[in-house]
Design a binder for this molecule. Structure first.
Ligand code: SF4
Length: 471
């Protein structure tokens, strides 16, 4: 038990931009903490213009300090502003759409007895009247809640519910203000703190709930574009391949929307007839990408473009070290097509497959015979010594069979299997979760972690499953 005296003074920092209603719930929850009122302050940094100031005035929360900023700062700058103003020894970051559990501050504070901790709180999602597990649950389970076992724990540093001592933030240089918009500014700070030797600790009892809401961005493509820019910046700053390993799925160029499948889960929803970018536009886009380590070519079925070879060839000529083609794999049932693509310079093929059974896959793609062509494509590429990763989009038709699918792919000698798990956090998917009854990660997390553990230990999957009596 910690005595009252030992509890650190805490400053809760909340940047906000036009989220009056959500923020009100955040502040009300924070005003009712069981932490001594004189031991914490709430700092709101508001760079919006929706009348948040009036709302805050009416709330009359005595330990709240409100800063109205006239011009848009962005999250990184707004949080830094809050850190500089903070008088607390402990800084707790919360976003303006979170609702804190009653013990949130106490649960964070008591984990800081060790002076060099970063405490990761538990983030639940509230969507369609349901409480959903933290999107990082798969990592928490994987390391059995011991975050020190994770290779790159900075990737679980979400500024929506995390705490660090102020002195560490100052020494590390606080948030990098070059991250102007959404994405990665918290991971990048987590990366620096990690490199300085701070230890990541999880406290499942430090709960805050994320309120579902519309984002300020138009669609998932816009969000991905912003993430791409942030990834480029993050990588360029350190030139550390671990960053790319963690974020590589974000470094991509979408070359079109046309596709020969018609998947029920397709996110292109009614956009397939939109005009593709021209080869000239794509080349211009590629030339502006600073990080030339790895490029993913995706978008509809990119292999359908007649000029796909020119795109690959150009990417290689301007210096991309590794080119990955994201494809449904059907055209690769033609061996000469595979050979030409490999010769042109594709280093890895990421192929989408829904099931080890043709009837399940074809039902989702809504094209009879598509499974057969994709499987032939995988076999051809493996025969030609190409690197093949199979991406399985986890959905209600396959989530109970992930192990069987992995075993079947293992028999085909594919190099990697990746499970694409749709995230509740991204607004554009939310309707789909309801419509298609997409399972939540808690239904398949254990299976995925068994497969992941086998692969991290570089054991043969069959041996591992046998040894651990997993069927
Ligand atoms: S293969 Fe991809 S792009 Fe084509 S329909 Fe399916 S999900 Fe959409």
């Amino acid at each position: 038990m910690i005595s009252l005296k030992q509890l650190p003074n805490a400053s809760i920092i909340i940047p906000t931009y036009n989220r009056k209603k959500l923020l009100k719930a955040t502040l009300l929850a924070l005003s009712k903490q069981n932490y001594p009122k004189d031991k914490y302050e709430i700092i709101v940094v508001d760079d919006g213009d929706d009348g948040t100031d009036e709302m805050i005035k009416n709330l009359k929360i005595s330990n709240l300090r409100y800063f109205k900023i006239k011009k848009r700062l962005g999250r990184a700058k707004a949080r830094n502003f809050g850190i500089k103003k903070a008088i607390g020894e402990l800084i707790l970051f919360i976003d303006s759409d979170m609702i804190a559990g009653k013990n949130l501050i106490e649960e964070h504070a008591k984990m800081h007895r060790n002076n060099n901790s970063i405490v990761i709180g538990y983030r639940k999602e509230f969507i369609n009247d349901k409480l959903i597990a933290d999107p990082r649950e798969i990592d928490f389970k994987f390391c059995e809640d011991n975050l020190g076992k994770l290779k790159n724990p900075w990737k679980i540093f979400y500024s929506s519910n995390a705490s660090v001592k102020k002195q560490h933030l100052i020494v590390a240089g606080m948030f990098d203000e070059n991250f102007k918009k959404w994405g990665h500014e918290d991971w990048e700070l987590g990366y620096r703190l990690f490199k300085k030797g701070l230890q990541f600790k999880l406290n499942r009892k430090a709960v805050a709930i994320h309120q579902s809401h519309l984002t300020e961005y138009k669609n998932i493509q816009e969000m991905k574009k912003l993430l791409n820019e942030s990834t480029n910046y993050f990588y360029k700053k350190y030139l550390d391949n671990e960053i790319l390993n963690e974020l590589k799925e974000k470094l991509e160029i979408k070359v079109g929307k046309l596709c020969n499948n018609n998947c029920i889960y397709c996110l292109l929803l009614g956009k397939k007839n939109e005009k593709n970018e021209s080869l000239k536009q794509i080349k211009q886009h590629l030339a502006t990408m600073v990080n030339k380590e790895e490029l993913i070519i995706s978008g509809g079925e990119p292999a359908l473009r007649k000029d796909v070879f020119n795109i690959v060839d150009y990417a290689k000529r301007i210096g991309f070290k590794k080119v990955i083609l994201e494809t449904n794999g059907r055209l690769f049932c033609y061996k000469d097509f595979c050979e030409k693509m490999i010769q042109t310079g594709v280093d890895q093929f990421d192929i989408y497959l829904y099931s080890h059974k043709s009837e399940v896959h074809d039902k989702i793609t809504r094209v009879k015979g598509s499974w057969m062509q994709t499987i032939e494509g995988i076999k051809n590429l493996i025969d030609l010594n190409a690197v093949v990763q199979v991406n399985v989009v986890v959905c209600k038709e396959n989530y109970k069979n992930l192990l069987k699918i992995t075993k079947a792919l293992n028999k085909l000698n594919v190099h990697h299997v990746k499970f694409n798990i749709l995230s509740y956090s991204f607004n554009p998917y939310k309707d789909m979760f309801e419509k298609f009854q997409i399972p939540t990660s808690s239904s398949f997390i254990n299976t995925i972690n068994k497969i992941r553990k086998a692969s991290e230990r570089q054991e043969n999957l069959h041996d591992y499953l046998l040894k651990n009596k997993i069927n």
